[in-house]
Design a protein around this ligand. Structure first.
Ligand code: ZN
Length: 253
């Protein structure tokens, strides 16, 4: 069984300029997420950052990625439109996409799901994440709810298309609620948005958060299809028709 090829893309700017962020994630948020995924044993990880050549995603990397994780915040506008379109086409053709935290406002997320990604937000507070879809593969091993002592408040209304599947719902101590774990299908690809992960708190060290990221990598990997069909590109012309005479004759018996 070949390993799932996960590329973790991080804007990787806060870690270079903010001592608090650097103390929590000395090698970058993406490196810590990578360590969580490597605990699985069946995942291989590539780290990518905005300031790397080709904004971290040259074609040879993007085209050999099964699941792309995306963390961005302060530099969404610097990501090239050409790269965003390449990522969208890859998702249509089956690549998984896991968008984290402030990635709700990334060009990639907005382009792939098709809405503004707007939400309400506020200072860090205690969050309880409710597992509202416990038989969903992304919820595997997650209890009915768990606590994140301190996380940035993201609140409804969250301007997203109605999710195909909602896995988590969050509550904050001031009463606000948020759809914090949502899945959409786009073409052949699966997209998971997951809310926790503000850069000044140690959320990616939380064992339940790490398990959810591991589950998401497995759930969003490309489906194994029985024939080679590309979702993106021109609609193909049918050159010859299938004539199931033998099967029909069999049914008549
Ligand atoms: Zn944040």
């Amino acid at each position: 069984m070949s390993k799932i090829r996960v590329t973790i893309w991080n804007e990787f700017r806060h870690e270079k300029t903010n001592d608090v962020v650097r103390s929590i994630y000395p090698e970058g948020l993406h490196a810590e997420i990578g360590k969580a995924l490597l605990e699985c044993g069946d995942i291989e990880v590539t780290l990518a950052a905005l300031d790397d050549p080709d904004q971290g995603l040259p074609d040879e990397v993007l085209n050999s990625t099964d699941v792309l994780f995306w963390w961005g915040h302060m530099a969404h506008g610097e990501v090239s439109d050409e790269l965003v379109e390449k990522i969208r086409q890859r998702v249509y053709n089956g690549m998984g996409l896991v968008v984290l935290h402030s990635g709700h406002y990334s060009k990639v997320f907005k382009s792939v799901v098709g809405t503004t990604g707007n939400l309400l937000w506020g200072d860090n507070l205690h969050e309880i994440m409710w597992n509202i879809n416990p038989t969903h593969p992304i919820a595997a091993g997650i209890p009915s709810h768990f606590h994140i002592d301190c996380e940035e408040v993201y609140a409804e209304p969250f301007q997203i298309p109605d999710p195909d599947e909602q896995v988590f719902q969050s509550w904050y101590e001031t009463g606000y609620v948020f759809r914090s774990g949502c899945v959409w299908k786009r073409g052949a690809g699966k997209v998971f948005y997951f809310q926790p992960g503000h850069e000044t708190v140690p959320t990616y060290h939380n064992p339940y958060v790490r398990r959810i990221l591991q589950n998401a990598a497995h759930y969003c990997k490309p489906a194994e299809t029985g024939f080679n069909y590309l979702y993106a590109g021109n609609s193909p012309y049918i050159k010859s028709y299938f004539a199931p005479e033998d099967e029909i004759e069999e049914l008549k018996k």
